[in-house]
Design a protein around this ligand. Structure first.
Ligand code: DGJ
Length: 740
């Protein structure tokens, strides 16, 4: 899969899907040649044209005015010696200069992937890695570029390590995990911005001249900007067009740069955000930047997403549960908030059992003296009488009813009103002599400190082993401020935010390895840390605190651009919605929530028998189709970002079953009749829906479609259609494949 042409000095990474080409050029500069559809061979066609350009500096030694870094596409560019675009790396030397001239030194090719100690990362046996060492021969700083290519996948994992082989300390002010230059091409930018309760609102925009910066500097990957973007051709659809995806496998501050230069060339970068970042690299030490997953599709967004799904599900998530059906749960948060006692929980539990729920999750408020959100974070044990009979007893009660038991924790935080804070007030992120900013009345624990990690590890280990716990929801409800560790010297304060994430990863590694039978769900005020880093430790994420189905359609659709259905928690909640005050039917709420990992989050004891029966039926249907939903092919059909309606489907891997959900936002007066054209079916199969009303070939369902809007149903209407293959047509004319 990886070769080096000694004559042309060209590296070629390729499999049956993609090729990636680089060349060692004049003065050992490493240039970027190509990334795109697989090439069987390469004849040096892309060698960058040489041209004398005004104002373009030349290399110091080359008496060659035709060669300049000014416009050359490069693999890991630096600033200050001819390239005026954004550098991939910025280093401050001891003498105060920022000089760094990286030149190809040597390379290695290995089977598999080197380990990125302490960081989440993809893995896979059928992979090969190219390691290129670049060196600044003046300072002896070495930059190691790792490129892993997987068999049969249009995905390449890249990462970067910086080694200080000099005798002087340097300050790393920026280390991008990827820099990738594209020649003049027509691209748009697709990304996932958002906010609390409206995460991952997919946006596609033109790329202007200059640079677009997509960042989170909140100490978390954030609700506001997912660490992902893609370059797409204008008019890319679900099934047509080129798309290049970039996904940072990291949960902290991040920055993506999309820069269009005056020659219409595009430079892209993604990595740790340089704001407030500075890593002191002493002689003999190395810095490892997080990994990035590059994916490519020449068949539109569906293929881009499927590649992400495949890599996330098979080469990133490690949990025992990754291939297991996830239980239908009830979570008491929106049912009770902090207002619960044993009797109230028991009433919900009884009803939950009656309607087929499989797991009871006790959310915030079970520990310390936490009766509201002002106290007890940090004290991960129960006070006597918080829940009559105690937590252990309640867990037994849940298990006796045949349900699993789950619990909520928010380990990274501390309340001022807690024993932990009284004993260790210096364990929070805080600048000495200045007040720290509270958020939700809580402070962020300094996870860069070993003793903080150890304390949390011991408390949680005790909790997870003293009570029968099957599931843990790991929450995080504020962003980082006052980023200062009282343990580190002044020259290391720029490392705190990253050290925090490394500390978090260490803690998660220990706990998830030690409790492999616990199903962990990551959460950060909903989807404030829905990223590939967290998925390495926990196989699923609470997608959003917004449980209103109309909002959720967009949130789940946007999330699905990168993350598979098997990672998305989705719950049926009460009406009017706590987040939007909107009223919607149980039907619509359950259709949206059943498009993810289904849960309930409402007080069942307050529901009518009619509503309970409806929920019971929805849960039965979900369980019947659970494998299809959680592990089938997910296909987006109509985008809520473009239409007044949305639709998606789940198709079994053998194409014999298909479940379609259609959602209308607002009812239009005298609406147009609209055919809903399915996708991903076997064109030669005959499919029939459950009522038997529709019976047609896959080709007809895909090309003619099903009429929708035949009646006025009102706002927020939705329907589900389940098809099964009931036969085959023998017809050679039809020829369609999945996703087209
Ligand atoms: C934020 C989470 O997203 C909610 O689901 C809930 O667990 C609350 N925190 C509890 O404080």
């Amino acid at each position: 899969m990886i070769s080096f042409d000694q004559e042309k000095h060209v590296f070629h990474l390729s499999n049956n899907k993609v090729s990636y080409l680089m060349q060692v050029e004049e003065d050992n500069i490493l240039s970027h040649l190509y990334y795109g559809p697989a090439l069987p061979s390469y004849s040096n066609l892309r060698k960058y044209p040489r041209m004398n350009r005004s104002f373009s500096p030349n290399l110091p030694d080359a008496q060659n005015r035709l060669f300049s870094l000014d416009t050359l596409p490069q693999e890991y560019p630096t600033f200050g010696s001819g390239d005026f675009r954004t550098p991939a790396i910025q280093v401050r030397n001891e003498d105060g200069s920022y000089a760094l001239s990286l030149r190809y030194d040597y390379h290695k090719i290995m089977n598999g992937k080197p380990d990125l100690t302490g960081l989440p990362q993809t893995f896979g046996e059928n992979s090969e890695t190219l390691i290129i060492f670049l060196k600044d021969s003046f300072s002896n700083i070495q930059v190691q570029l790792n490129y892993t290519i997987f068999q049969n996948l249009s995905g390449i994992a890249r990462s970067v390590q910086v080694h200080n082989h000099s005798i002087k300390t340097i300050q790393l002010e920026k280390v991008s995990s990827v820099s990738l230059d594209f020649a003049k091409e027509d691209f748009e930018l697709l990304h996932l911005p958002g906010g609390y309760s409206r995460e991952r609102m997919m946006e596609t925009t033109k790329i202007p001249y200059g640079s677009v910066k997509l960042t989170s500097n909140r100490g978390a990957s954030s609700h506001h900007q997912n660490p992902f973007f893609a370059l797409t051709r204008p008019h890319t659809t679900e099934s047509t067009g080129d798309a290049f995806g970039f996904l940072l496998i990291y949960s902290g501050n991040h920055e993506s740069i999309i820069e269009k230069d005056s020659f219409d060339q595009i430079r892209t970068q993604i990595g740790i955000s340089p704001l407030n970042f500075c890593w002191e690299l002493t002689p003999g030490n190395s810095f490892q930047a997080p990994e990035v997953l590059l994916t490519y599709s020449n068949h539109g967004l569906h293929e881009l997403s499927s590649t992400f799904y495949e890599i996330i599900e098979n080469h990133l998530v490690r949990s025992n549960y990754k291939k297991q059906e996830r239980p239908v749960l009830i979570n008491n948060w929106e049912a009770t908030f902090f207002d619960f006692d044993h009797a109230r929980l028991a009433r919900i539990l009884d009803r939950a059992k009656e309607i087929g729920v499989e797991m009871f999750v006790l959310d915030d408020g079970w520990f310390g003296h936490r009766d509201d959100d002002r106290s007890s974070l940090g004290d991960w044990f129960e006070y006597p009488n918080k829940i009559a009979g105690g937590l252990n007893h309640f867990s037994q009660e849940v298990h006796d009813k045949g349900l699993k038991f789950g619990i909520w924790v928010e380990p990274e935080m501390v309340s001022e009103d807690s024993i932990l804070f009284q004993e260790h007030p210096d364990w929070i992120l805080k600048v000495p002599e200045r007040p720290a900013a509270p958020g939700r009345d809580q402070f962020v624990l300094d996870l860069s400190r070993q003793e903080v990690q150890d304390n949390l590890y011991h408390q949680l280990k005790k909790l997870f082993s003293s009570i029968e716990i099957d599931y843990v929801k790991w929450d995080m409800n504020r962003n980082m401020t006052d980023i200062f560790s009282q343990r580190l010297t002044s020259s290391k304060q720029g490392e705190v935010a990253h050290r925090y994430i490394l500390g978090l990863y260490d803690l998660l590694e220990k706990l998830t390895q030690e409790f492999p039978n616990i199903l962990f769900e990551s959460c950060a005020g909903g989807g404030g840390r829905f990223d590939a880093g967290m998925l390495y430790y926990m196989p699923q994420v609470w997608t959003s605190d917004n449980t209103d189905p109309v909002s959720r359609i967009k949130i789940q659709y946007g999330t699905s651009i990168v993350y598979p259905i098997s990672t998305m928690g989705a719950h049926i909640a009460d009406v009017p919605s706590h987040q939007t005050r909107r009223n919607t039917s149980i039907e619509t709420r359950s259709h949206v929530a059943s498009s993810g990992l289904l849960g309930l989050e409402l007080d069942l004891a307050k529901l009518s028998i009619h509503d309970l029966n409806m929920l019971k039926e929805k849960i039965r249907f979900y369980k019947e189709n659970r494998t299809l939903i959680q592990f089938g092919y997910f296909i987006r059909i109509l985008s809520p970002f473009e239409n007044n309606d949305a639709a998606w489907s789940f198709i079994s891997k053998d194409q014999t079953e298909c479940l379609v959900y259609y959602f209308q936002t607002l009812q239009q007066p005298e609406p147009a009749f609209k055919p809903l054209k399915l996708r991903g079916l076997d064109p030669n199969a005959i499919y029939q829906n459950e009522s038997g009303e529709i019976s047609a070939s896959g080709a007809e369902l895909m090309h003619l479609g099903i009429w929708v809007n035949q009646q006025k149903h009102g706002d927020f209407y939705s329907f589900a259609l389940k098809f099964k293959k009931i036969g085959e047509i023998n017809n050679e004319h039809t020829n369609d494949t999945l996703g087209k």
